[in-house]
Design a protein around this ligand. Sequence first.
Ligand SMILES: Nc1ncnc2c1ncn2[C@@H]1O[C@H](COP(=O)(O)OP(=O)(O)OP(=O)(O)O)[C@@H](O)[C@H]1O
Ligand SMILES: [Mg+2]
Length: 240
Amino acid sequence: MIEIKQLKSGYRGIQALKGVDLTVREGEMVAIIGANGAGKSTLLNTLSGVVRAQSGSIVFDGTEVSRMPAHTISRLGLLHVPEGRQVLADMTIRENLMLGALARSRRAALYDIDKVVSMFPILGERMDQMAGTLSGGQQQMMVIGRALMGTPRVLLLDEPSLGLSPLITHQVFEALATLHQEGLTIVIVEQNANRALAATERAYVMERGLIAQHGNSSDLLNDPAIIEHYLGSAESAVID
Ligand SMILES: Nc1ncnc2c1ncn2[C@@H]1O[C@H](COP(=O)(O)OP(=O)(O)OP(=O)(O)O)[C@@H](O)[C@H]1O
Ligand SMILES: [Mg+2]
């Protein structure tokens, strides 16, 4: 569904991606883990067209998208929930969710407000309040809901558990598991490597702009080098 070959990209003076190869098949849930600054966000930003690819290719459903503008890519169904959430604080939750529908193409809508609310009931209770009044976890649910309103074919999530308590992180991952069971293709970037590997079938490990390793998530969870580098800290331990 997504075939990335020798992708290079970055910023003025910084080569953040140095030739990344990565494949995502339809219906898969894939994790990307790696240290701070490894290039994980840049990879998602380049996939969604927010950062321009310098060279290499990104083929999405048979179409080369690496030179397309972000709004065209989102209309094809590659939807990105960026790091830091981008909540429109002075708009209501309903308005924030409806903004997601603007990105919708003519594809039949899979998700509407009712479906988003059934997944995240707290949003239903707060629908006409300002989004800025939501807690961090509720905001994360809202931005995932907003992406769902755009009828994604692939959901790209950047650090959805950032700043969330273990309980709320659990709720967000439960929702992602449900979406995955419904057939949605999901690519998730996470600092919380334990959680990400436990939730996915396959994973890629990024180091300094390159894919250092990839394989079955369960194998990586038991790989001594991965444990030492990415799974060591007690705070990221999976407790449920
Ligand atoms: N807007 C930007 N302008 C210039 N350099 C940037 C920008 N964003 C990221 N970089 C640089 O690109 C490299 C990769 O950063 P990126 O944000 O992709 O890493 P990351 O793996 O997502 O890290 P983290 O886990 O901290 O979010 C880093 O060296 C970073 O400093
Ligand atoms: Mg990042």
